[in-house]
Design a protein around this ligand. Sequence first.
Ligand SMILES: C[S@@+](CC[C@H](N)C(=O)[O-])C[C@H]1O[C@@H](n2cnc3c(N)ncnc32)[C@H](O)[C@@H]1O
Length: 291
Amino acid sequence: MQHGVVTPEFIDTLKSPSSTGTIGPKRRQPMDPKQSARSTQADEPLPPHTPLTNYYDKDAARSRYVLDLFNRTAKHYNTIELLFLNGGLLYRRLSLRRAGLKKGMKVLDVAIGTGAVARGATRLVGSEGRVFGVDPSTGMLGQAQKVFKGPLTRGVAQELPFASDSFDFVTMGIALRHVSDLAATFREYLRVLKPGGKLWILEGHTPRSGLGHKLTEFMWAKVIPGMTLISTGSRDAKLLMDYYWDTVDQCVPPEGILAALEAAGFENAKYELVVPGAFCEYTGTKAQRSH
Ligand SMILES: C[S@@+](CC[C@H](N)C(=O)[O-])C[C@H]1O[C@@H](n2cnc3c(N)ncnc32)[C@H](O)[C@@H]1O
């Protein structure tokens, strides 16, 4: 696919399969939680985690699985946010402000979902600024449309349908684990940012060892999926939260993500653990001039 052009072939690859197939976990297979940082050569593919074969057979099936899961659960996503009293929405806005998002800026929110980040960004950039949203899930884009009035495009992070040097800020909330290739994604983020532009990524956090990991696992793998099932009545929504925990727990560790950001060409790549067991953040800047 050429940048800036969404071809019919590309859209076909994004189409959700029939919703009659099973998408539930098949068999659990323990993953190594201490998976170390992998290769950070800028042009080598870097999946965000090893295949989770209790959900799908092989890595090639992952993107389709994720897309189907989000399409099926889009209508429940805001109910899940309400379990946290919408504190996550406020958190996103305050964090963006802290990261330097200001009036008049042009923002691309990747993986817009139901607009949790984009809504906060819209308030911060004001009427002089503009926020664009992109997401591969038609279900999520349909939900976003109800609350977000900016332009929405269907597409994936690792192949963004936008021109180079377009945005002051690129944002991504709680979705990095779903891209097919971290290295390609970060190259795309760098490409679409204007010189001097900033990247902000919000991710889930899990302590890697000890009591912190056990408590976080109990909360995210048991309590929250259970509360999700009770509040939505949807097994798919519960599955989304099961999958959330497994992907956060198995994700490339922060040092691997920072190395990939640097390998892609970001300057001042930083990791900040803001709410242990809940949120961590990555930021980076595109150089003012290319070296
Ligand atoms: C957990 S939701 C996050 C929504 C929102 N950004 C937030 O902060 O709540 C994850 C989103 O990532 C999207 N997604 C999945 N794979 C993606 C990809 N390869 N590129 C961009 N977005 C993707 C899903 O469709 C879904 O809307």
